[in-house]
Design a protein around this ligand. Sequence first.
Ligand code: ADP
Ligand code: ZN
Ligand code: ZN
Length: 726
Amino acid sequence: MPDRTQVLRVALPVPLPTLFDYLPPAGSRPGPDWPGRRVRVPFGKGERVGVVLEVGEPATEPESLRRAIELLDDEPLLAGELLHTLAFCARYYHAPPGEVLATALPGPLRDGQPLPETTAASWRLTEAGVTALARPGRGRPRALLERLQAAPVAEETLEASFDGWREAARALARRGQAERQQLPPATTLADDPAAPAPTVAQAEALAVLRAGAGFRALLLEGVTGSGKTEVYLQAIRDCVARGRQALVLVPEIGLTPQTLQRFRSRLGLPVWEYHSGLADGERSRAWTAMARGEARVLVGTRSAIFVPMPRAGLIVVDEEHDASYKQQDGIRYHARDIALVRAHALEVPIVLGSATPSLESLHNAQAGRYTLLRLPQRAGSARPPAVRVLDVRKRLLVHGLGEEVFTAIAACLARGEQALVFRNRRGYAPVLLCHDCGWRAQCKRCDSPMTVHGVGRSLMCHHCGARGTRPLACPDCGGLGLQPQGFGTERLEEALAGRFPQARVVRIDRGSTRRRGELEARLREFGDAPGILVGTQMLAKGHDLPRLTLVVVVGVDEGLYSADFRASEKLAQLLVQVAGRAGRAERAGEVLLQTHHPGHPLLSTLLGGGYPALAALTLVEREAAGFPPYAHLAMLRAEAPRETEVQAFLAQARELAPDMHGVHVSAPMPAPMPRRAGRARGQMLLTAAQRPALHALLMPWVAQLYGLKSARRVRWSLDVDPIDLY
Ligand code: ADP
Ligand code: ZN
Ligand code: ZN
């Protein structure tokens, strides 16, 4: 026999829970430093790019194995902590390792492209350029010469501050007076003259973060404007000053140009971004700059949690309760939870900030795993608004609004201020109903009514995107009694514009702000003059609106009686966030909650003791009901064109689930929306008081599900720690 054949165990981006064995590329000798490198391999009739995870003895006859085509990296692309964390994710979410790796890598790297250039280009003067400066001159090239006189200037800086720099630079280059150079990005901090002296509470938070090395979690609870970001900025400065890297996660909606601008101007060094709005190449560049240790600060959304941090020093998760941290398809990871795993593994501090922390995090703080610090409202910032419950029982509602609402808006406009009417439902009306026979416009492909749009003229399904025109007569009885029922943002906009014809009414929802930057543009257009904003939860956060002093919340009642066990937590978070929009330093704002259930405990607790009181009450309820954070859940979901296929799969899955002490496996059941986009949907919930028991069941069980014949006829997924039960 020749010497022992070594094989590569490769993770490939395919929905199978295994690694794939290959012979090493011809003429190569795999070594212990091969894991973490990418490799191109034959797969079926085509080729795939995967990551070598192990090098070892073949499990089967090596003759039966195919040979890898090409090793793509000279050194591991994924190494150390990150490789371990990704392996952990595959185990914890019971997901195919190759798909986890694919989720973690930016597109070009996933496709096998080489690591991009990360250096920044800048322009500097040549000898001839210095000489030319002594002579008089005119125009843009001259201005650029002068600009470059003191020091080279980065292209990014020129882009932001020098109109027409490209042509000017080209002109100078032609004359040999300036040249382009590639430099690694700056990693030194500039002074921060704008830094305010920390308050007592901020100093306390910073002391927790500065207390020696190692992992610790700080839960920073404070309303908008209480100074959380100042704490992050100080902690990031400390971290960078020690030569380390900081990662800041923000929710989808929190990543505004203003946020980035604030970080950049206060830190005075490059702040890299990582989010879905970037071109693939840019994502790849940021990822690589972190991997090389050249990037010191990276601000990003959910997927940024997978950037390498070879010189890690700090992780920040802003708005840690935000649902956008949970991926809802593919690998259903929770970026905040992975952030904690990584901070642990990297032995660095982590800060979780929020005005309304998740119950999971509050529970961890109670259990002593996190340090909880509350930042009090800062003097000089907006004062807490006065919240009033408007009991509309038996009151006449005009366009879904009580008369007191109109009075309050009129008074607000008369003072020259702005009002926000918040309704978490876009469209004109949620339902089109026949008043004669009771017929409702249903989506043909979903168990859901069509939403009326276009000022009552068209129909749209919010679940599958199906569109239709509104019928003139009832398709059932032929009557002309079709009426839009209920109020969405479009209808409120129409009603308010009709009632306040002098005022500007601007609507903000997913329909009106489809394109990137449109939200900012609409708010700019809204400006400072008196007016009314109508919108969905897109308006709950971000964007400073200093003239806004009145917030009206419509449609609270739908959240009060929802079947979702997280409904009250979500509603409370939303109410606190929306209410936070009202008020300024000089004048407290007013919040009106319009409801038919003024005595509901959620409202009275929230009004009496604020979010902390409601969170405490909800935690007690969760414990009694055996819901998270006092239990651990996993949801198996399946969908298929036919209901019988879903049922067959779930029944077999149920059968296969072993009886395990401490884990409850529910019977298969239809999803809350049993049919969506023409597909039948079903689910099955697994509950356990202890996490290890749940995972002990899941590990072998999920592996078996892949082998089920019935699994081939459905699309199925496992959601570990689901944030909702749909
Ligand atoms: P948050 O992140 O909680 O919304 P910020 O950190 O953005 O709060 O602070 C709100 C405003 O208060 C900002 O303009 C900030 O510069 C200012 N601020 C924060 N901390 C202090 C402080 N210690 N002294 C003076 N101003 C502060
Ligand atoms: Zn009818
Ligand atoms: Zn539909």
